[in-house]
Structure formats: C-alpha cells, structure tokens
Design a protein around this ligand. Structure first.
Ligand code: HEC
Length: 691
C-alpha cells in the first residue's frame, strides 16, 4: 500500500479532517483599494485581497528589510493566524482562543485576554485563524462557540454571546468573524466530527443582539422549514438526512460585498463525507459545498452556486472568497474568485452567481472540467469510488486549504498557496444503513480512514501566480512538503509567503523572482500582513507550525518541527530593522520510552489505538507521531506510570496547561491508551522517523 502511495506522490487521509501576465492596471477598475496604514481584518480589506497599497518596501529597498521586534508566544498555544493592526496597536489570536495586544512599533505587550476555553470543546483548541476590529473593539470567536467583543484599548469584555448551543455537540469555532455596517457575522466548524447542521449568525456589533441566522442545510421536515430556501434545499436530499445533521458548516470563508449588499459564505462538506450514508438515494444536497449570497439585512438567499453537487470527498467551498472587477470578454464584470479545495479556480459573476470560467490550477482527477452552461462539474467515472479503494486528486487536504491567497490589482494576479496531495476513498464495509457518528469530536467521515501509513515525503506544494482573466498560470515556485503559509501581495510589487520549513520569503509579484529571505526557525502556516505607522512600513507574521497539516503522523515530521519545544513567534520587520532572533534551539533527538519486558497485547493495542484516534490525535498526532500542539507521548516518561497517566488523562491534572480532561473515559480505556503508547514507543526505535 505504501508503495502505491509513493507512486502517487503521497496520499493523505485523516489530516483533512480537522482541518493563484497579467493584464495590466488598465484592465482593472477596483471597487475599493487594498489595505493602507491599518489592517483591520484577516483579509485586510472588504474584498479579502490580502493586498496592501504600501510601497516603502519594494524590490529596490527590500535588501534593507530586517527584523524590528519579535515576541515569543508561550507553548502550547498554536499560532497560525494573521495579526491585525489599527492605529499602531497590534492584535493577535492564538490557540485556546487567547487574544493579545502589542504596541506595533515597540512590541511591548499591552494586554492579554484568555477566555478560559475548557470542557470537551477544548479538544479542538489547536488554533484560531484571526480576529476582527470594529470601532475601538476587537471581536473574537472562541473554540467553544462564544463571540466576545473586547475593548481594544484594554481587552475588557463588553458583551458575550453563545453562538453554538450546548446540544450542538460536534460544533466549535476556528474561524475569524467579519464585520459590515455595524454587524458582525460568524459561522462554525465541526462537520467532520459528528451530526449537526451548519449556520451563520449575524449580531449587532455594538450590543451582541442577534439579527439573523441562516442554516445551510435543511433540518427535520416535521419541525417545519425556517424559510423557502430550506424547503427548496430539502428537495435535494434523500432518506432521513436530518438524522445525521448534514454538515455544510461555514468554518472559514465569509466575504462582505458592499456593491451588492450581500455576504458570501463558503459552505463546508456534507456530514458525513460519504453521500451514500447521509443521502442514500443521491441528490445535490443543498447548500453543502456551495457559495451562497445572503442579503445583508435579512440573511435571505439571493443566489447560490454549488461547487460540488452531492459532495462525497470533503471538497468543501470554504477556501477564501475574494472580490474583484475584471475585464472579461471586453466588459467589466464584478466577480468573486475562489481557488477551491477541489482544484478548480472559479470566477463567478457577483450579480447572479453564474460561473464565468473555471479551470484547474492543480491536479484534479475527480472531474474533467466544469460545464459552463450548467455550472456542473463533469465527474470522472471513478470519482464516486463505486468500487471502493480509490485514489483521487486532490484528497481531503484539498488543492488549496484555508491559508489565504492574495489578489494584486496591480499585477492582476492571484497568489495561491496550492497543495498537491491525493486522498484515498474507500467505503467498503461501511454500514450505510445503520451508520451513526461515534460521538462528538470523533472523526466521522463515513469512509474508511485508518491511522494509515503515509510516507514522510508525501505531497508537494507550490506558490502559484494565477491570471484570473485568462485562467492560466503565470509563474510558480515549487515547495518541498505540502503544508505552508498563506500569502500577502503589495503595491510594492511584492508577494510574501512563509514556508513549512521556516523560511519567510519575498518574491517579485510580476515575475516570481525571489528577492529576500528570513529564517524564522519554525514552520510557517499563517499569512503575513503589512501596516504603517509614523511613516514607516512594517511587515508582520506569526510563525508557528500548526493546523491539520501538522497532525498527520509522519507528515507532521516533514520539516522536523516538534510541538512543545518548537518556538511560536510574532515577527515584525521594517527597513533597517535592528532586531535579531536568539540562536535556534537545538533539536534534541527524541528519547523513546523503553519498557523492559514489555509485551504487546494485540486486543489492548487495538482498543488503545482506536481511542487515541478518537480523542488524542488532534494534538498528539496521528499514530502518536506528534507535530502539532501536544508533546510526543512516545518519548514522555509519564506513560511509564499508570497512576500519573490516569491523573493527567482522566482527572485533568494538566488542564490549565492546555491538556483537556477526559472524564468520560474508563480506567480500562486509560490503560489501553497507555498500552498503545508504550507499544508505539517500542516501535519507534525501529522506525526511521526521527526528526
Ligand atoms: C487540545 C489538545 C490536546 C488533546 C486533544 C490531548 N492532549 Fe494531551 N496534552 C496536550 C498538551 C498541550 C500537553 C502538555 C501539557 C503541559 O505539560 O504543558 C499534553 C500532555 C499530555 C500528557 C502528559 C505529558 C507530560 O509530559 O506531562 C499526557 C499523558 C497526555 N497529554 C495524554 C493525552 C491523551 C491520552 C489524550 C487523548 C485521550 C490527549 N492527551 C489529548 C494537549 C492535548
């Protein structure tokens, strides 16, 4: 099996669970500028461009770009977000939904706010992708489903609302809120972990008063449909779909369009992934894997475009949605652009949702093309893995994930952090009739996804400069490994991107020529931003390795980063900056725990392995090979003592240090987990997977 994966350049399976000649300025009339001195939201401006109009740092001056200041983020908080800066104050978000403010020039910490995320939702507290600024307030959405407005100056909470009900027990939040016209909107995540309906909710930004909610999939018909759109959607589902929730969570893409007074949401995959389970007689399953335009005042559907009708692969439409006005066939068109997870780059008319063009920006074997007449993909014969065990490109990791692309109206190009990674789809031996999710926060794809053996060198990635008008690649840079950072483009003719190997690099936006490089000493996943204060331009980045790509067993070790001992940092650069990093920490080889006389018990091992991949892999890594938030337990002395282990795992001795309490486990479960870890430690001696 492993050989086959290698022939396919690597396969990824479970990691996706969690978690683009430019035509020249004259062709582009923009509806708004990019970001200026301030950067108030993750995307920088309303169009979500990740583009700045600042030009002090440019190909001529970039040789003088150097570190101005840095700040060490304490472990185990994972750090993958984009900082905000407004009026010289910086705001950052990290794992466990902790928020901090700094003086953006000096790096002095001004305040920090810890929402104390505890309980079962703490289990998916590995990251949070950002914050939003609204009129002297910072709004944060916490992993456990709270939306909190903080006074920007002091970090004092002003209001809190619970956007997720206690009973919606697979849902959590990892995404950033967005604001428009004094309203704030937030969705949630969790369709890979149980049975719930996705939705977005809009609140008054000043008070937290609820304004409207839009469910993305229909609920139980007996309870009545919330609106006409849900009635319409119900006609595209079969069987008793409501029992499994349906999914369609809005975990990432939300973009406000001031031209049409709508909010676009990118909805997630169906839950579970396998359509045969959730909608046994087929159907498109609206509005999963769709881009939906919602009226900003009422949340009513204005139009929708389903990217993947009847999604059965985890090809959600949740990658960022960016707005532009492009010259298409001689006419200016207001369009939205998405480099979708499924490998196609979509240009869609914002007036009506019609697909104007869609071409492959990465390898995609599930469909040959998108039919522009119907807007539907032309699926290949093997796409729905009718024969079981099928390898398709892309896999659940997608050809593009949540790491944002950037759009430069100056070059006319979109800069996509793309991934090339197949996935294995197999639904043989799945009981599609009586299938049930095993419990909240437990991977529930409805296809077979064991812990598997993904080779360490699986997958590749590229930074692709894509022309959205001609739908062609203009230049690209190939990267080793599959998990890298989002991009930033500037009017200074620059594109910045951090790599999984820790290099932070600037390229010429027009040609892709590399101009500048900085060693961050840790893998980079977050997207950089830029701001200016007192006439000086800065570039800021959060360096740290996390997210779903850092979880997948040996893949986690592609770059050798290991969880707790790796740094996570805020890095801020300026021309003639005089800062420097301390020397890199030496990576000590892991000392795997040896238990003399240890005998592996196959049934205990199997029980422990199953438990581990239900509850622990999100932080301690697939197959107990850690790369994310938690330590590598194979090298942890506590696994030698049943009492100590139990105290930590079932009684929550390390809860305040980011290790959740699992009080629903039995002592026997705990012992099985420990046995599994001891066996993995013994095996580690013979596996060549040392970082
Ligand atoms: C939300 C992330 C997360 C999840 C999920 C998680 N852990 Fe942890 N775990 C951590 C972190 C972070 C630490 C390190 C805490 C510290 O010592 O600072 C840790 C520490 C531990 C330790 C102690 C290691 C030491 O050196 O003291 C054990 C044992 C452990 N985890 C076992 C488990 C088991 C078993 C599961 C599943 C039942 C699990 N963890 C699930 C984050 C997690």
């Amino acid at each position: 099996v492993i050989d086959r994966y290698r022939n396919c350049a690597g396969v990824v399976f479970a990691c996706a669970l969690l978690l683009i000649g430019a035509a020249g300025q004259q062709l582009f009339a923009m509806q708004s500028e990019g970001a200026g001195a301030d950067w108030p939201s993750v995307g920088g401006n309303a169009g979500e461009w990740h583009y700045s109009t600042l030009t002090q740092i440019n190909p001529e001056t970039i040789g003088r770009l150097n570190l101005a200041w840095y700040w060490d983020i304490p472990a185990p908080e994972l750090a993958v977000s984009t900082p905000l800066v407004v009026g010289g104050e910086m705001y950052i978000a990290t794992g466990y939904s902790i928020v901090r403010s700094f003086d953006a020039v000096t790096g002095k910490l001004k305040w920090q706010y810890d929402p104390q995320v505890r309980g079962p939702r703490m289990r998916i507290s590995w990251g949070i992708r950002g914050l939003v600024y609204w009129k002297h307030h910072i709004i944060v959405a916490t992993a456990d489903g709270r939306l909190i407005s903080l006074e920007a100056r002091t970090g004092t909470p002003v209001w809190t609302v619970h956007t997720i009900a206690e009973s919606e027990n697979s849902l959590y939040i990892s995404g950033a809120p967005r604001v428009f016209n004094d309203r704030v909107i937030i969705g949630n995540a969790g369709a890979d972990f149980g049975s719930n309906r996705g939705y977005v909710t809009t609140y008054a930004a000043a008070s937290g008063r609820k304004l409207w909610r839009f469910y993305t999939v229909p609920g139980d018909p007996k309870a009545g449909y919330e609106n006409q759109s849900m009635r319409l959607a119900a006609g595209t589902w079969t069987g008793e779909w409501w029992k499994l929730g349906g999914g369609g969570v809005v975990w990432n893409a939300i973009t406000y369009d001031p031209d049409f007074h709508v909010v676009y949401i990118g909805t997630g995959n169906g839950s579970p992934w396998n359509r045969k389970v959730r909608s046994p007689d087929g159907g498109d399953n609206l509005f999963i894997a769709s881009i939906v335009a919602l009226d900003e005042k009422t949340g009513a559907v204005k139009w929708y475009y389903q990217v993947n009708p009847g999604d059965t692969w985890d090809y959600d439409a949740a990658t960022d949605i960016e707005l532009a006005t492009l010259m298409i066939q001689g006419a200016q068109k207001k369009v939205l652009m998405q480099a979708s997870k499924n490998g196609f780059f979509y240009v869609i008319d914002r007036a009506n949702g019609k697909v104007l063009s869609a071409e492959k920006f990465a390898k995609a074997t599930w469909a040959s093309r998108i039919d522009l007449q119907s807007g539907r993909p032309m699926e290949t014969p093997e796409a729905r893995y009718a024969a079981g065990d099928t390898v398709l490109w892309p896999g659940g990791a997608g050809a593009h994930s949540w790491q944002p692309m950037s759009f430069s109206p100056m070059s006319g190009l979109v800069y996509i952090p793309s991934i090339e990674m197949p996935g294995e789809y197999d639904d043989r031996n799945i009981d599609t009739k009586h299938w049930a999710a095993a419990g909240p926060y437990i991977p529930a794809p409805g296809i077979k996804m064991g812990p598997g053996e993904v080779p360490e060198d699986a997958g590749t990635a590229a930074l692709i400069a894509w022309d959205p008008v001609t739908q062609r690649k203009v230049w690209s840079v190939q990267h080793r490994g599959h998990w890298h950072g989002g991009t930033l483009a500037t009017r200074g003719n620059l594109v910045f991107q951090g790599r999984g190997d820790g290099q932070f690099i600037a390229y010429r936006a027009d040609t892709g020529g590399p101009l500048w490089q900085f060693d961050a000493q840790v893998g980079i996943v977050g997207a950089p931003m830029t701001f200016s204060t007192n006439g000086r331009q800065y570039v800021a980045l959060i360096a740290g390795f996390g997210g779903s790509g850092a979880l997948a067993g040996k893949l986690a070790k592609q770059f050798g980063w290991e969880s707790l001992s790796q740094p996570r940092r805020v890095l801020v650069f300026a021309l003639d900056g005089s800062g420097s990093l301390p020397p890199p920490r030496l990576k000590a080889p892991l000392q795997f725990i040896q238990t003399p006389g240890f005998r592996r018990d196959p049934s205990l091992f199997a029980r422990g392995e199953a438990q581990f991949h239900r509850m622990c892999f999100e932080c301690h890594g697939v197959s107990a090979v850690a790369g994310g938030g938690g330590p590598d337990l194979r090298a942890d002395a506590v696994i030698a003592s049943g009492d100590t282990f139990d105290n930590i795992v079932r009684r929550g001795a390390l809860e305040s240090h980011g290790m959740p309490k699992f009080d629903d486990l039995t002592p026997e479960d705990s012992e099985a987990l420990r046995h599994y870890l001891l066996a993995r430690a013994a095996e580690a001696q013979t596996e060549a997977i040392q970082p």
